[in-house]
Write a protein that binds this ligand. Structure first.
Ligand code: ADP
Ligand code: MG
Length: 597
């Protein structure tokens, strides 16, 4: 075999999975040509093999030096000019069987070491069979496609990591495109915080966006738990239970119960209804009733006697229009009409009204067609529109969502989808029978490990962590995309099965990937800062062998969110007297100027 052109050298030390190899002196150049292809010897991240009878072990070159590092230099006399490779064993192949990760046998001293050729790699990556998608081409060989296992990619979760501009969005778009092309029953929801993706999938995705005429993004407030809702309505911290909170809770339960029998998705037993049940209720009526109680004047002074019968009502007002009821003004000192004695809801009433009037919150607090039980739709409709349509890809464009609502929005979306999969796990058309992939772009901005930022309360993190921990069993998988892996929830990273790591320069981020990535991939992770744009290290459960791949640029592309500065600054702008008027109106109404769709 020494005459074999792939011969490289011999084993000089074995230490569990780490093997040191001495390259034979007679290997003349660092780049032999085999079957017309140039191979580079001793490149970090390349593979070598150890043939042991009919078994072949495969390893990954992790470092190269000119003196042995595992053996005392005094006890070993290398031939002049020798080079030494540290190799991590990664898998084995018996005869013509398939390549398997992990090794059962180790090489011994003086075993031969060979170059891994393109043929070998082909047999490792396999042919494109059902259940695999191509992620890119092997970095060292332009025509060697690298396949990843779709099942593990989706259900064992994945992460796409890399510095800004390293090619994450392109990689994400690429993977989604391949899934859509390959699987006609696939379902993907992409949480797109910057509104980048509709350009890459125009015509083959359903894009939900705030203020969109075709598909307005709607997340009904009544899908919140009581803690969530009371926090966003009146700023009540979790756990606090003042008299006003108690009243709020009771009122919500009362209004939800009113709808128990008339729900569009089917009546529910009102005994099961709590303040947390995702049941529509008339929040404007809630405000109107509280307002009435606080502002009414009465013909009697005693608190117990102040009822609707003793009100000095002038006009009922209109809850729908947020128009309060009006009453005769209070009499001077001790005369009728008397001021309402019940001021418990005084501050909450005002806060609730300001929420209901804030047009930025409309998609949540006044969701058209979902605002109460008399509306056209219930959440079954929401589920269908999000995860059950012919495009298979749903883009939830959150770019118009107010900053302080991103966390709760992602939290509610994730929880709704999770719940639909959990409770529907044995249904024919969803759950385990029809998995869903959730993709979270720019995840560091709403899935942080700690809630340091002022508008992050952990709603999204809790819901997404649940998907990462339990989702697999109910057919829901997730992919996070981020430039700051060191800031992402550790629970999420710990559940990531496949890492697709693009160029990453920050050492804290690299350290995080290193400790989260499987079995000792340190040497590959070290390469992260030197990768080219669009090049990735792929390791984990959906790939047979850790690989360095080049990812193709997809067309049409996701749109970068930066404006084109140079073009803009080259132009001269003329502005007439109406300039900025629309802008000021938008600031005052807090209502974005609608962009042409
Ligand atoms: N695979 C690739 N091959 C060549 N160029 C790429 C590739 N991926 C990305 N790029 C280039 O880099 C730019 C930034 O890519 P993008 O995917 O938006 O990065 P990120 O999401 O990591 O910030 C793209 O506009 C494109 O010009
Ligand atoms: Mg991006």
């Amino acid at each position: 075999m020494r005459t074999n052109i792939t011969y490289l050298g011999k084993v000089i030390n074995v230490n569990s999975g780490n093997v040191e190899v001495e390259i034979a002196k007679e290997i003349p150049s660092a780049a032999p040509i085999i079957n017309g292809r140039l191979y580079k010897i001793g490149q970090i991240g390349t593979f070598v093999k150890f043939p042991i009878g009919s078994l072949t072990l495969f390893g990954l070159v992790s470092s190269v030096s000119n003196s042995p590092s595992s053996i005392e230099a005094t006890s070993y006399e290398p031939n002049y000019g020798s080079r030494f490779l540290q190799v991590q064993l990664i898998g084995e192949k018996l005869g013509n069987d398939e390549f398997k990760k992990g090794v059962g046998t180790y090489p011994t001293i003086n075993d031969q070491v060979h170059i891994v050729t393109e043929e070998d790699l082909r047999s490792i990556y396999g042919d494109k069979s059902d259940g695999y998608i191509e992620i890119g081409k092997h970095s060292s060989s332009e025509n060697l496609p690298v396949y990843i296992d779709t099942h593990n990619l989706v259900l064992r979760h994945s992460a796409i990591l890399g510095s800004t501009g390293s090619g994450k969005s392109n990689t994400t778009a690429n993977i989604i495109k391949r899934i859509l092309n390959e699987y006609k029953g696939s379902r993907i929801i992409l949480v797109d915080t910057h509104g980048e993706y509709s350009s890459a999938f125009s015509g083959n995705s359903k894009v939900f966006k705030i203020n969109s005429i075709k598909h307005p993004l709607i997340i009904p407030f009544w899908t919140m738990t009581f803690d969530e809702l009371s926090f966003f309505l009146v700023g009540r911290p979790e756990g606090q239970e003042q008299p006003a909170d108690k009243r709020l809770r009771e009122k919500i339960i009362e209004l939800k119960k009113l709808n128990a029998a008339v729900l569009k998705a089917g009546a529910v037993d009102e005994n099961f209804i709590t303040a947390d049940s995702p049941i529509p209720f008339d929040i404007k009526q809630l405000w109107h009733d509280f307002n009435r109680e606080v502002t009414a004047s009465y013909s009697v002074a005693k608190k117990e006697d102040q009822t609707r019968d003793t009100e000095e009502l002038i006009d009922e007002g209109d809850a729908k229009e947020l128009k309060p009821a009006t009453f005769k003004p209070y009499g001077p000192g001790g005369q009728t009409p008397f001021k309402s004695k019940d001021q418990t809801m005084y501050s909450y009433e005002a806060k609730i009204l300001s929420r209901l009037k804030d047009s930025r919150y409309q998609f949540m607090f006044d969701p058209p067609d979902y605002n109460d039980a008399k509306s056209a739709n219930d959440i079954d409709h929401l589920f269908k529109s999000w995860i059950d349509h012919d495009y298979r890809l749903t883009i939830l464009d959150l770019s118009g969502v107010p900053f302080e609502l991103i966390d709760i929005s992602v939290g509610l979306i994730s929880r709704l989808v999770y719940d639909s999969m959990y409770w529907g796990r044995y249904e024919e058309y969803t759950g385990r029978k029809r998995p869903v992939l959730m993709v979270y772009e720019e995840a560091h901005s709403y899935l942080p490990k700690s809630e340091r930022s002022s508008h992050i309360y952990g709603y999204a993190r809790k819901a997404v962590e649940k998907i990462f921990k339990e989702g697999r069993k109910f057919g829901i998988g997730a992919m996070v995309v981020t430039q700051r892996p060191s800031e992402i929830s550790e629970t999420i990273l710990a559940q990531v099965g496949t890492f697709i790591a693009l160029r990453l320069t920050n050492s804290r981020d690299k350290g995080t990937v290193q400790s989260a990535a499987p079995n000792n991939m340190n040497s590959l992770i070290e390469l992260l800062s030197s990768l080219r744009i669009g090049e990735a290290i792929v390791v984990g459960e959906s790939i047979n062998i850790p690989s360095r791949v080049r990812i193709e640029l997809v067309e049409p592309r996701p749109s970068s969110n930066d404006p084109n500065l140079v073009d803009a600054w080259h132009k001269k702008f003329a502005i007439n007297e109406n300039g900025y008027k629309k802008v000021v109106k938008a600031i005052r109404e807090q209502k974005p100027i609608t962009k042409k769709e």
